[in-house]
Design a binder for this molecule. Structure first.
Ligand code: NOJ
Ligand code: CA
Length: 679
């Protein structure tokens, strides 16, 4: 007997009072708290999810619309059902956790059309202690060979009008995901990106996202006016198709992370569990790193990417940055503007970017040799301006050359409009395929990728640990530009509970000159316009709060000279054995503790929004009974992001696992702490 009548009360209740229990197949998480159910309603397969016996997602539609073929999703009968339970643990070569346990229960339900084409599909659903997930599989079948999906019919019918933290996906250039976050009821949403973080009246937190986006279109969520139901909406090829494929085929996972409160949303590893194991034969060459670079100068307009008197990427200037990195224990130096193609309006002429050859004032061989001698990695920058065909043509030869020169990390960039010059959306299947090609080419040549204006993170780093980090959110660069006024003080306290749940971010923290004024633009500025709206202590705390195995010391070398607080950037780790969120509320504050990989050393970062705040941080994550020395970099009593951002106080004290560390955070402030065993 395949089809088991559900005994779960929440599912029957969701069908209205007095409704007969519908047949359903249910997977329950190992801790018994999360459930995902698959059920037929009027011949259509639906999914639903609950936590602690309360529906979070009501029965929601599943299926596909195709070009040139009838939609698949109605008049279905269940033709097979399977169950499984798995409990495995895998290591992350780089990560916010060294090891991830994947313990889940799974149900697979195959449905077949009762008439017409008699096509079949399977839905695989898994329940974990940290959420639920499902994916579609389209088995090989004569009636469904090559196909074009025009719409995925998946819905997320939320049981209540949850509060959503969202960024829009229907504004100009939305796919870079560099907008400011808003919050409000789901019933007011239009088109939004994932991860989408939702808060229910009971305090339950849910995050809708996707995992293993491998050969499919990126998913947005489409709201309907005054409705609690969100619908999957797929990024498109130029010709309007969403997904092109042929059977056998499987979709990415649709994931709903579930937690009791905001603090328990991170570290978020659901997507890692839903990606295939590592395909990197040897990951031993991968290194976490802190890096500086020829970068901020261009954003504050004191240097240019293009050649000329202000050119940033000269041989001499690069050597100066490499010297600084070597002298300060930074493992890498990023150089932007070293290659040919930046002169003029590079966004329009991006099809002529040359990734092999340097400008006349930049000696690539000499710089690479100098970097090697200094023990610093030269991070090559590849801005494509979304002219991806031009990039793909050079990919293998460029990466082969980099590898020969000892270059082990590349920062890619996709500054472009909503659609690339070929007309495909930034998060389309076309671009998903492109990014996979880049990651795989990099893997072949022993190169790690830091991607800007990326495809969203769906956990690829498990399969390809050389996918080091990416942007895909509003980073520090906005604080240099002004105009829109930079990031508000609450920005990073939202990022932590939204974008960061997808994976690492190259935010580029560490600006010490907090009164930066962008020169030479001719745009009149108010004093608060273009500058980070944080204190210096908060810039330090971001190294711990915003996880990335590559962390930039983003400011100009001269701005670190004579700054005692720079010691924290020298000391802080970028790769971790474990991570613990000590406290946090979305958009207000967050405090995180992380243990350095393979070392008896912990770091704590706490940040607040525009409000000053006092937090008592319990250090019970430390091993019991052993004294530690805490080095604190705290906001001075008179610190304030707007009026006195540089006022940071360094102090030391002895602590144990029983200590409570008082954190006094200024407006826009933070606290950064290093904890080492006391001798
Ligand atoms: C935008 C990226 O985010 C930034 O880091 C880079 O400097 C510019 N594009 C130029 O590629
Ligand atoms: Ca960017």
């Amino acid at each position: 007997m395949f089809w088991q009548v559900a005994t779960v009360a929440w599912l029957a209740a969701s069908q209205g009072p007095g409704a007969a229990a519908a047949p359903a197949v249910v997977a329950t998480s190992p801790d018994g708290r999360n459930q995902i159910a698959l059920t037929l309603r009027d011949g259509a397969l639906h999914w639903a999810a609950a936590r602690d016996g309360r529906a979070v997602v009501l029965p929601s539609r599943l299926g596909f619309a195709f070009r040139g073929a009838p939609a698949l999703g109605d008049s279905l009968a269940v033709t097979a059902e399977q169950r499984a339970e798995r409990d495995t643990t895998f290591a992350m070569p780089l990560g916010e956790l060294a090891r991830v346990r994947d313990h889940h229960r799974e149900v697979r339900v195959t449905v077949t059309e009762r008439g017409g084409l008699r096509r079949s599909f399977t839905v695989v659903a898994r329940a974990f202690d940290d959420g639920v997930a499902f994916r579609y599989e389209l088995p090989a079948q004569p009636q469904l060979g090559a196909f074009e999906i025009t719409d995925e019919l998946t819905e997320f019918a939320l049981a209540e009008d949850m509060k959503a933290w969202w960024i829009p996906a229907d504004v100009p250039s939305p796919d870079r995901q560099e907008m400011l976050w808003s919050s409000g009821p789901v019933s007011k949403l239009r088109l939004v990106h994932t991860p989408l973080t939702l808060v229910g009246s009971s305090g339950v937190h849910a995050v809708i996202h996707e995992a293993d986006l491998d050969d499919y279109a990126g998913m947005y969520l489409q709201g309907r006016s005054e409705s609690r139901t969100l619908r999957a909406s797929l990024a498109r090829w130029k010709d309007g198709a969403a997904v092109k494929g042929s059977t056998p085929f499987r979709s990415p996972w649709r994931t709903v992370q579930l937690a009791d409160d905001a603090a328990r949303l991170a570290p978020s590893v659901l997507a890692l569990k839903l990606n295939p194991p590592s395909r990197l034969a040897d990951a031993s060459w991968l290194r976490p790193m802190k890096y500086n670079g020829i970068w901020w100068a261009m954003h504050v307009n004191t240097a240019t990417w293009g050649t000329g008197p202000q050119h940033g990427a000269t041989t001499a200037n690069t050597k100066r940055h490499l010297d600084f990195a070597a002298a300060n224990g930074l493992q890498g130096t990023l150089v932007e503007g070293w290659n040919r193609g930046w002169d003029g309006n590079w966004m329009l002429t991006g099809g002529t970017f040359d990734f092999l050859n340097a400008t006349a004032d930049f000696d690539l061989e000499a710089v690479a040799a100098y970097a090697k001698a200094k023990g610093v990695q030269f991070i090559a920058h590849n801005e494509t301006a979304t002219w991806v065909e031009n990039y793909e043509r050079q990919l293998d030869s460029a990466f082969a050359r980099y590898a020969r020169l000892g270059i082990r990390a590349v920062k890619t960039g996709y500054v472009g409009d909503t659609v690339n010059p070929l007309g495909h959306a930034h998060q389309s299947q076309y671009m998903v395929r492109h990014h996979r090609r880049v990651i795989e080419a990099a893997a072949r040549h022993g190169i790690g990728i830091v991607m800007h204006e990326p495809i969203k993170d769906t956990g690829e780093r498990r399969t390809w640990p050389n996918m080091l980090s990416r942007e895909g959110a509003r980073g520090q660069e906005f604080n240099a530009w002004g105009g829109e006024g930079g990031n508000p003080p609450e920005h990073e306290t939202i990022l932590f509970f939204t974008r960061m749940l997808a994976g690492p971010m190259d935010f580029t923290p560490g600006i010490f000159n907090l009164r930066v004024t962008r020169s030479g633009t001719g745009v009149p500025r108010t004093p608060l316009d273009a500058r980070p709206r944080t204190t210096l202590a908060k810039q330090l705390a971001l190294y711990v709060v915003l996880y990335s195995p590559v962390q930039m010391a983003a400011d100009l070398p001269e701005n670190y000279e004579g700054q005692p607080a720079f010691q924290f950037i020298r000391d802080v780790a970028a790769d971790w054995d474990t991570s613990v969120v000590l406290a946090g509320e979305i958009g207000d504050y967050v405090a995180v503790a992380r243990k350095a990989k393979g070392r008896d050393e912990w770091f704590v970062g706490a940040i607040t929004d525009e409000r000053a705040r006092a937090l008592d941080l319990r250090l019970d994550f430390l091993p019991a009974g052993r004294p530690y020395v805490a080095e604190l970099y705290a906001d001075a009593p008179d610190a304030d992001w707007a009026t006195n951002p540089e006022a940071v106080r360094r102090s030391r004290r002895e602590v144990t696992s029983r200590s409570v560390l008082p954190a006094r955070l200024a407006r826009g402030g933070g606290l950064a702490v290093r904890l080492r065993p006391a001798r």
